[in-house]
Design a protein around this ligand. Structure first.
Ligand code: F6R
Length: 616
């Protein structure tokens, strides 16, 4: 959601800002803008509704706007419709303060009334304009210094923000502040960069500062000073980003999604090898002790969207292998729910938060709720230094590399393998897995990348089927157990990028209502990877077929009976059934991709969606 960039150096800022915004396009946006300042000349603001290309055209790719210090923004509308007026940057009436903002100001109404009483007027419907004018108000009321004015305003603002500000009296400086919205700062060759996400600045630097919650910074040319809310200077150590610049490029693929689908063998292998060496899983880097594992009586897995679907699959695996009851919760529900936790929850429970971005607002709030209740937390996170990674008691980093396509693929696969290693190790420590089974499970995990590769080789068959079916109006995915978890993910992938209505059902649930929707030609995709449940799901296939459904079967090599029933069958290599999601999800990702391509849609940036959902 919303992207922020900033540059303060010795080159023209606008082209660099536009390049950074291009790299952040994947986050989702509906308008864009920038502000550039040339020395002490007045700042120039240019905004445009719609695609970034409109802003590029308006500024001749940035060449017609002069100045070596500037800020830029892509806006994903929350307060006020997408329009040029509501686009950022926003500005106080006399141009004293100019700024861009990611996040939501919850008490904007109360702040607006205060400002109205003090003679301010408003031209936009945004909460950002209110924040900018509040800072202007405190600037003029007190010390006429940016840090003091920002701090006064931040004390009054409730909500989340990543703010970039420029002050008329302070040319050649940018001020930033952050709370619960992502922002990083980078330095290279006497120049400074600001971004809401690493890919925007990877090309220029890999030395970054992760600014903390409720901290501020003054960004000069190649020098950054950090402050706390009292206005005192604080030290923040720079960190090196491991991702390389090529990782955030399409690398010859037409879409990031396809590139990322093909990166899955590596993402799975890298994530596995981060904790498994020579056939032994070692979670000591994550800091969860064997004693803690032995005491566990309850695990909560909390996440949103696809990460939640990883949780659904992992629930079966953890319960089976580690013998610990697992509740999988949507973060948006968990955060507001009055769950009665056991008296010993701080010792015998663990909350696992799964998040690619590490910034999803609901998942972060769920993590904080767990802490409030005294429950230990483990974040399974892809983005280093993200809020969830910073706040969780323990962190398991998935090594998927930057994921740019809005629809997750490689991060989902990396999360799955992370959860498998946790389940196996927990089971081993709790004495539920014999040495022999342990060795076998690890060998199965080691074999996953090659099996995923094999499914990818069969891509053209799925492409053909997708082209044939892409006019479908409704698609149903059915499966039992882990096949149900796979169905949930297959269905979400399809609907989010192809805009075809689809639903996933536990196959046994069909008869309780949904089967009335099946009519002649309705596409039903049946997932059958769990040997002990195949017969049961097959009966459900028979039921829908006799009501006219067009059937696709997704099963493992060897289950050739499925072909007798299904109109189209696709096979994936068999694995231990616990880990089947890793292999079986691949054809469903490809199916979604080719549905969207056949329908001529923007695969990487589906409408209304944002990569990182940083607001509720
Ligand atoms: C779907 C998708 C989303 C995310 C969800 C959580 O393809 O990507 O459903 O899984 O928004 O995001 P993270 O993992 O960043 O917390």
């Amino acid at each position: 959601m919303c992207g922020i960039v900033g540059f303060n150096g010795h080159q023209q800022a606008a082209p660099i800002l536009l390049q950074g915004l291009t790299k952040l396009e994947y986050r989702g946006y509906d308008s864009a803008g920038l502000c550039v300042r040339d020395g002490s000349e007045p700042a120039v603001i240019i905004k445009a509704k719609g695609r970034l290309s409109v802003l590029k055209e308006k500024t001749n790719d940035g060449l017609s706007v002069h100045g070596d210090c500037g800020i830029g923004h892509t806006r994903w509308a929350t307060h006020g419709e997408p329009s040029e007026t509501n686009a950022h940057p926003h500005c106080s009436d006399d141009g004293n303060v100019i700024g861009v903002h990611n996040g939501i100001i919850e008490n904007y109404q109360e702040l607006k009334e205060k400002l109205l009483r003090n003679g301010y007027t408003f031209y936009s419907e945004t909460d950002t304009e209110i924040a900018i004018k509040l800072i202007d108000y405190y600037y003029k009321k007190y010390l006429h210094t940016p840090v003091d004015a920002i701090n006064h305003a931040l004390v009054r603002i409730r909500g989340s923000y990543a703010l970039e500000l420029m002050f008329k009296d302070y040319p050649g400086e940018i001020y930033v502040a952050r709370k619960d919205s992502p922002m990083i700062l980078g330095i290279a060759n006497g120049e400074s960069y600001i971004a809401s996400d690493v890919p925007a600045i990877l090309k220029y630097t890999r030395t970054v500062y992760y600014i903390g919650n409720q901290q501020l910074a003054r960004v000069g040319k190649g020098e950054i000073t950090f402050y706390n809310l009292d206005g005192d200077e604080i030290e923040i150590e720079p960190k090196t980003v491991e991702w390389d610049a090529a990782a955030a490029e399409k690398g010859g693929y037409e879409h990031f999604m396809m590139k990322e689908i093909h990166e899955q063998p590596k993402a799975v292998q890298d994530t596995l090898h981060s904790v498994e060496h020579d056939g032994v899983i070692d979670l000591s880097g994550i800091g969860i002790t064997d004693e803690q594992i032995q005491k566990l009586r309850q695990i909560y897995i909390v996440a949103c969207g696809s990460a939640y679907h990883v949780g659904v699959a992992a629930q079966y695996v953890l319960e089976d292998l580690a013998g610990i009851p697992v509740r999988v919760e949507l973060a948006s529900e968990f955060r507001y729910r009055h769950l009665p936790f056991s008296e010993n929850a701080s010792e015998d429970s663990l909350v696992i938060i799964i998040s690619q971005s590490g910034e999803t607002a609901d998942s972060l709030a769920a993590l904080r709720k767990a802490h409030e209740k005294g429950l230990p937390t483990l974040g399974v996170v892809n983005v280093v230094g993200s809020s969830i990674a910073r706040e969780a008691d323990h962190v398991f980093y998935t090594l998927a590399g930057p994921e740019i396509a809005v629809a997750t693929t490689k991060a989902y696969s990396a999360q799955l393998v992370a959860l498998y290693t946790i389940a196996i190790q927990f089971g081993k420590v709790r004495g539920l897995i014999s040495d022999e089974d342990y060795t076998k499970y690890i060998a199965d995990l080691e074999a996953l990348p090659a099996k995923i590769e094999k499914v990818l080789e069969d891509e053209s068959r799925i492409q053909w089927f997708a082209a044939k079916q892409s006019n479908a109006h409704d698609v149903f995915f059915i499966g039992r157990g882990i096949d149900y978890a796979i169905s949930l993910e297959g269905s979400l992938k399809l609907k989010e990028i192809s805009y075809v209505h689809s639903e996933a059902y536990a196959a046994g649930e069909l008869k309780h209502g949904t089967i009335s929707l099946i009519e002649d030609g309705t596409l039903v995709i049946s997932v059958l990877t769990q040997p002990r449940l195949i017969e049961k799901t097959t009966s459900n296939m028979v039921e829908v077929r006799s009501r006219g459904a067009y059937l696709m079967g997704l099963t493992t090599y060897g289950n050739y009976d499925v072909e007798d029933l299904a109109d189209f069958t696709t096979y994936v290599p068999a694995t231990d059934p616990h880990f089947a999601a890793s292999v079986a999800v691949i054809p469903l990702q490809l199916l979604a991709y080719y549905f969207a391509v056949s329908r001529g849609l923007d695969v990487d940036k589906p409408r209304n969606l944002a990569k990182s959902v940083t607001v509720e």
